[in-house]
Design a protein around this ligand. Structure first.
Ligand code: HGY
Ligand code: MN
Ligand code: MN
Length: 407
């Protein structure tokens, strides 16, 4: 068992094959959730699962589960991640976890290993939330926190609903994974930050994931002539939006562990010589500490109310995502730690900066994550990169920790 390793070349070949789906000119991929490209990638994963002899089931929002037979029927040990991407995605975010899971299944097949309890791969829909919010939509449905019929009514940034796309592209299956008993869930993922590379460490043993809040602000002032209107007469939604960007950065500096990001900002009428009547923007708040996350949100909203009032701009806001910080299961975390040490890899325990499906599942079953380094610490960027050796190391840790848990 301890000489068992995954086939790094095969895994790399599959990653390259998958990254051709939704490929962007100049590199990177765009597979926004519930688009043709997303569906083609999901069909590709499903075909791979079937070729590996896994029993494949798809639920009503499109999550795909591939299960491997075992000595006895019992709640499975699953691994997986997602294959949807942001619009300027890299080839590794999510894909590494799904494809390493498939590679682990193939390695077990080749070695003729029968596990005590079933093992399998879960590929979640819409982890990113870039087109339809909330993010981690697929895992929220599996956890039972989001009802599929409610999710189907959610309109995306382009106004189309999840249900329309699911029906148009036949994403849905008949299965229902809600509250399915799961013995453990392990997710291999690229770190998407600088820590592992900076410290020249091969494996991240993830103990927790920080909390996430996405708040959308709709500002309404009054359009006016950019030349003829004196400052004191302006109700400039663009000015208030700019103040919010500044405030987000200030909160990131003043509150320990805080990250606040204005990633979307649209002005209207968005014309060079018109004072902006409206602004629609989002603030992404992250903190490992829930109290500090509350503090950041309170100070953000307090600041926005003051700035908007002084500019006589109306503010409406909507919370689109509110995911609590998650602590992973110590038994699974230790299994990952033992596996990394047993394989002779350098490792460090850490908290994840990015959100993940494992964070959602952690509320329903024991979960843990394995990180591999990201070159330059970048992700959500077409230049995202992790080497075949780095990914193989992560996949071997996944193989060994999965076997330790599944027996
Ligand atoms: O936003 C996140 O952290 C994840 O990539 N959806
Ligand atoms: Mn991801
Ligand atoms: Mn991502």
């Amino acid at each position: 068992m301890h000489t068992l390793r995954i086939d790094a070349g095969r895994l790399q070949g599959n990653l390259e094959e998958l990254s051709r789906i939704g490929r962007l000119e100049g590199g990177g991929v765009c597979r926004l959730a519930f688009t043709e490209e997303d569906k083609r990638a999901r069909d590709w994963v499903e075909a791979k699962m079937r070729a590996l002899g896994l029993a494949v089931r798809i639920d009503r929002i499109g999550n795909i589960l591939g299960l491997r037979k075992a000595r006895r029927e019992a709640p499975p040990v699953l691994c997986g991640s997602h294959t949807d991407t942001v619009a300027t995605g890299g080839c590794f975010d999510g894909s590494v976890g799904v494809l390493a899971g498939l590679e682990v299944m193939e390695t077990l097949n080749e070695a003729g290993i029968e596990t005590e309890v079933p093992v399998g791969v879960l590929s979640f829909v819409n982890e990113e939330g870039a087109r339809f919010q909330p993010d981690m939509m697929g895992s929220l449905v599996v956890r039972g926190s989001l009802d599929v019929d409610h999710a189907r009514q959610i309109a995306g940034v382009d106004g189309i609903t999840v249900g329309q796309e699911i029906d148009r592209l036949s994403f849905a299956g008949a299965a229902d994974f809600k509250r399915m008993p799961i013995r453990g869930y392990l997710e291999l993922h690229i770190e998407q930050g600088p820590l592992l590379e900076k410290n020249d460490i091969q494996i991240g043993i993830v103990e927790a994931v920080q909390g996430i809040r996405w708040i959308e602000y709709m500002l309404e002032g009054a359009a006016a002539h950019a030349g003829a209107t004196p400052i004191e007469l302006r109700q400039d939604a663009g000015f208030v939006a700019g103040c919010i960007v500044q405030l987000a950065r200030r909160l990131s500096i003043e509150i320990e562990g805080q990250r606040a990001t204005v990633g979307t900002l649209r002005l209207s009428p968005d014309l060079v010589n018109v004072v902006a009547e409206k602004a629609r923007l989002t603030v992404d708040l992250r903190n490992p500490d829930p109290g500090r996350l509350d503090e950041a949100e309170a100070r953000l909203n307090q600041g926005i109310e003051e700035i908007a009032a002084s500019e006589r701009v109306r503010v409406r806001r909507a919370t689109k995502v509110n995911v609590a910080p998650a602590a992973f299961d110590p038994v699974l975390v230790n299994a990952v730690d033992q596996a990394a040490r047993g394989l002779g890899y350098t490792s460090i325990r850490m908290t994840s900066g990015a959100g993940h499906d494992a964070q959602i599942l952690a509320a329903a079953c024991p979960a843990a994550m394995i990180f591999v380094p990201s070159r330059g610490g970048i992700s959500h960027n077409t230049r995202e990169y992790s080497s075949p050796e780095q990914i193989a190391a992560g996949a071997n840790v996944l193989l060994r920790s999965l076997l330790a848990i599944a027996g």
